[in-house]
Every structure is written in structure tokens, then in C-alpha cells.
Design a binder for this molecule. Structure first.
Ligand code: MG
Length: 339
């Protein structure tokens, strides 16, 4: 099996602002595996705050040796890739997605069928509205008209003003992502109680990721589900979050790909936690890979490919929040742009 990769820069349609900073592009790495005339596509998307870069991905992928690999031993291959070096989660996800795509294509089946899932069970996806000026927020919310649920980024001094601005324009249910932006648990509870009166249905990562006791305090009192994002990276993180959160946000780029994401969803459900399937700004390659798992989860936030201007793939679509899974084999994408 032949592995190739090259850097690709995702151009964002609009500046993306979170509690942690702003950016206009996202570095990525596009990966292909090829054998028997079949190409499997994969992708690493690497927002800078997560610590990976095109340089680290390139250095990691240079060490991945697949020339003698049997792709149907993908479980063993992915264990070996994981053990090459710590971290590098997005680069590992790129290999995982490409291998899944290849195996599905070889079998002639999309992964949601291999897993036995009903594509109609995929929940609607939210569309993200990032922190911005009131005029821009109003424009963005109007631009997301048709989406049945929006995800609002909070975590600044202006939180109430932002929610009120959104509410001037729409009355659809909102999800709130604080990105660790609140410092005090008592204030967090007061804010969550206020948000519950504003048509908000869940709150993601209110406080810093390591503060599990404060999150547990909040979760036992909160009128809304509290969902971990930054506090949960991989499978091994989930058990210690029981009681601290009502649910977890699983993202392929955090957890090394489809194999581990599937296991995380099953474990979280076993522990009585709900699951959101999330994403970074990504092409339709990684979004289509994640979408294969969407029928398993309670909440989806798979708007990543809608936020970029130069998507080189066509695959799963998210139209007005409805996730449509391609019936094509593998992850169900085709290359539409050469770069
Ligand atoms: Mg989040």
C-alpha cells in the first residue's frame, strides 16, 4: 500500500473568532493511500491552538510505513501508527480516514452500512456563529437561515449581549459553546440558568478543561446539559468525566479518527452520557468520514466544510442542517478540485 500526502490550506469564508483568538485559514494535510487501483482519501485539519502543523504532520507521516501492510489488518496498522509517537492526533486521523475509505471502497460499502446504521437516524447539524460585532452577528445569523439549530460561541464579557443580538434575528434553538471561557462556577451557573430562559438547549465546555470538580458541581445543578469538548480528547479520557458532564463532543481530529470515535461513542453511551459529533474547519473529506457515525449520536455539529471556500471534495452534505450521507463506498467522497 502506497501512502502520499501534501499540505493544503483551508481558506475560511469568514474570519473565525473564538474565546482563544481569530484566524482566516486553517492548515491541513491531504493524505491518500493507494493499492489495487483504489485510492483512499484522508485529511488532517490542524487549527494552530491544538499544537499540530503541516510540518509536524509531514514529519509524522514520513514515519508511517505501509508498503508491506495488509489494509484489512487496519486495526493492527492503526495501533502501530498510534504507537509511533505521542500526540499527532490529526495526522493519525488522516491515516485512519484514508484506510477506512480504502477498505470501504474495496468492500463496495459505505461505512454506515458496514456498521449497520440507518442514515435517516442522523440528527440535524447546527451551524456555528462565531464571536463578532453585533452587525456581523446579525448578518451571520441571517445567513444561516434555514438551519434548525445554531451554535453560538461565547466566553467573553459580551455573552448576554451576543445572545440578545442573536435573538433579535431568530428564535431557533441555540447551543452555546463557551470554549473554557468562564472562570467562576457560581457565575457559570447563573449564566446557564439565564441561558435556559433564552431557548438554549445545551452548554459546551463552560470552564477550563482540567477543572472537573467545578464542572461536576455545575452539572449537578444545571438546568441544561453540560457537554465536554476540550476536557475530552480520546477514549481513555471518558471514564473520568462521568458525573462531571452530561455528554461529550467527539471529533475525529482530536481522537485519531473513525476507529476510536466509534469506540468513544459506544463507551459514552454505556456510561449514560450523550454524544455530540463535532468537527474542526475541515473539507468534505473529514466531514464525510465523521458523518458515517452521525446515526449513532444525539447531537451533530458538522458544519466544518460549509465554513471553507476551497473544498476539494464532494461528499456528505449538510443542507439546512440535514445531514445526507452519500451511498458511495468508503467515506463516500470524490475529488472535485486538484490542488
Ligand atoms: Mg467546542
Amino acid at each position: 500500500m502506497r501512502l502520499t500526502y501534501h499540505p493544503y490550506t483551508l481558506e475560511l469564508r469568514r474570519t473565525f473568532t473564538l474565546a482563544t483568538g481569530s484566524r482566516t485559514s486553517t492548515p491541513a494535510m491531504l493524505v491518500e493511500v493507494e493499492q489495487d487501483g483504489i485510492i483512499g482519501y484522508g485529511e488532517a485539519s490542524m487549527p494552530p491552538y491544538l499544537g499540530e502543523s503541516q510540518a509536524t504532520a509531514e514529519a509524522f507521516l514520513a514515519r508511517v510505513e505501509l508498503s508491506q501492510a495488509d489494509p484489512f489488518r487496519w486495526d493492527k496498522i492503526l495501533d502501530a501508527v498510534d504507537h509511533l509517537a505521542p500526540g499527532n492526533h490529526a495526522a493519525k486521523a488522516a491515516v485512519d480516514i484514508a484506510l477506512h475509505d480504502w477498505v470501504g471502497k474495496k468492500l463496495g460499502l459505505p461505512w454506515h452500512r458496514i456498521w449497520g446504521l440507518d442514515p435517516e437516524k442522523a440528527p440535524v447539524s447546527s451551524m456555528t456563529i462565531t464571536i463578532d460585532t453585533p452587525d456581523n452577528i446579525r448578518a451571520r445569523v441571517k445567513g444561516a437561515e434555514g438551519f434548525p439549530v445554531l451554535k453560538i460561541k461565547l466566553g467573553s464579557e459580551r455573552d448576554k449581549e451576543i445572545v440578545q443580538t442573536v435573538r433579535e434575528v431568530t428564535d431557533v434553538p441555540l447551543r452555546v459553546d463557551v470554549n473554557q471561557g468562564w472562570a467562576d462556577r457560581e457565575e457559570a451557573l447563573r449564566m446557564v440558568e439565564w441561558l435556559a430562559t433564552q431557548g438554549v438547549e445545551l452548554v459546551e465546555q463552560p470552564m477550563p478543561k482540567e477543572r472537573l470538580e467545578d464542572h461536576a458541581w455545575l452539572t449537578t445543578r444545571s438546568p441544561l446539559p453540560i457537554v465536554a469538548d476540550e476536557s475530552v480528547v480520546r477514549l481513555s479520557d471518558i471514564r473520568k468525566l462521568r458525573g462531571a458532564f452530561h455528554g461529550i463532543n467527539v471529533k475525529l481530529m482530536k481522537c485519531t479518527g473513525m476507529r476510536e470515535a466509534y469506540r468513544m461513542i459506544l463507551l459514552a453511551h454505556d456510561l449514560g452520557m450523550k454524544v455530540m459529533l463535532g468537527c474542526m474547519t475541515e473539507t468534505s473529506c473529514a466531514i464525510s468520514a465523521a458523518a458515517q457515525l452521525a446515526p449513532l449520536v444525539e447531537w451533530a455539529d458538522l458544519d466544518g466544510a460549509l465554513l471553507i471556500a476551497n473544498d476539494p471534495f464532494r461528499g456528505a452534505t449538510v443542507h439546512d442542517g440535514k445531514i445526507t450521507l452519500p451511498q458511495d463506498a468508503g467515506i463516500g467522497v470524490e475529488r472535485i478540485l486538484d490542488q
